[in-house]
Design a binder for this molecule. Structure first.
Ligand code: NDP
Length: 236
């Protein structure tokens, strides 16, 4: 039985983040989520925060620490897409996506590391994407941001690994959420053809790998990129 931890999931009001928070609650952990709108699942503490704003991240951590104790497990899940072909992609389409997906994770991990260093314990999980490994036409911004998370996790592993802190990356494939619902039927059918598992995944299938990574059983895994993609990104 894993010890109950204080967990923070960013973007926990819907999609994969909501499912991650639900799984941690089901395992008996103390769970907070950040949300810009809406709320996390039953049994969680919801705090308003925007990962593009370091001040709001700091305030979120401060209120979670006061209510639930220092954050021991952090899941940087908040993310956006702004798809466009390279030639037509604006500077802000690129920088907004990087600011949320990569710099947002940096802000959250940096703030979380304070308490983790003190406790000499921490579990950091960054939600990347198979696209960060394979690349994707029309997603130069998103793919670059998701690849960047790998360098982030591996550098954190080298900096903080000796203090009982692990940092890992999850690379989901096609998961049924609002983000993928936006893709056209043709795009969805094309993806399906390239997935060996011949199906899309549920958010719960991602969430259960993350709760395992945060558990005591995964204490010696750090700097890893774990695919949850039905074989889509095999070999990368
Ligand atoms: P959704 O679009 O369903 O949810 C995105 C979440 O991120 C929402 O909670 C949203 O909050 C939050 N968010 C976005 N921008 C910010 C911000 N600036 N500050 C705080 N929160 C923010 O996405 P998914 O659940 O599908 O995706 C979750 C993660 O998984 C993302 O990082 C995504 O890139 C990754 N992923 C998803 C895949 C998929 O197939 N769905 C595949 C691979 C990776 P709000 O509701 O307030 O906007």
């Amino acid at each position: 039985m894993t010890v109950a931890r204080t967990v923070l999931v960013t973007g926990g009001n819907r999609g994969i983040g909501f499912a991650i928070a639900e799984e941690f609650v089901a395992l008996g952990h103390r769970v907070a989520v950040t949300a810009r709108s809406g709320d996390g699942p039953a049994g969680t503490m919801t705090v308003r925060a925007d990962v593009t704003d370091a001040t709001s991240i700091d305030a979120a951590f401060t209120s979670i620490e006061a209510e639930l104790g220092p954050v021991e497990v952090v899941v940087a899940n908040a993310g956006i897409t702004r798809d466009m072909l390279l030639m037509r992609m604006s500077d802000s389409d690129f920088t907004d996506v990087v600011d949320t997906n990569l710099s947002g994770a940096f802000r959250v991990v940096k703030r979380a590391s304070k308490g983790m260093l003190k406790a000499r314990f921490g579990r950091i999980v960054l939600v990347s994407s198979v696209v960060g490994l394979l690349g994707s036409a029309g997603q130069v911004n998103y793919s670059a941001s998701k690849s960047g998370l790998i360098g982030l996790a591996r550098s954190v592993t080298r900096e903080l690994g000796s203090r009982g802190i692990t940092a890992n990356v999850i690379a989901p494939g096609f998961i049924e959420t609002d983000m993928t619902a936006e893709l056209s039927e043709t795009q969805q059918a094309d993806y399906l053809k390239s997935i060996p598992a011949a199906r899309f995944a549920t958010p719960q299938e991602v969430a259960r790998v993350i709760t395992w990574l945060a558990s005591d059983d995964a204490a010696y895994i750090s700097g890893a990129v774990i695919p949850v993609d039905g074989g889509l990104g095999m070999g990368h």
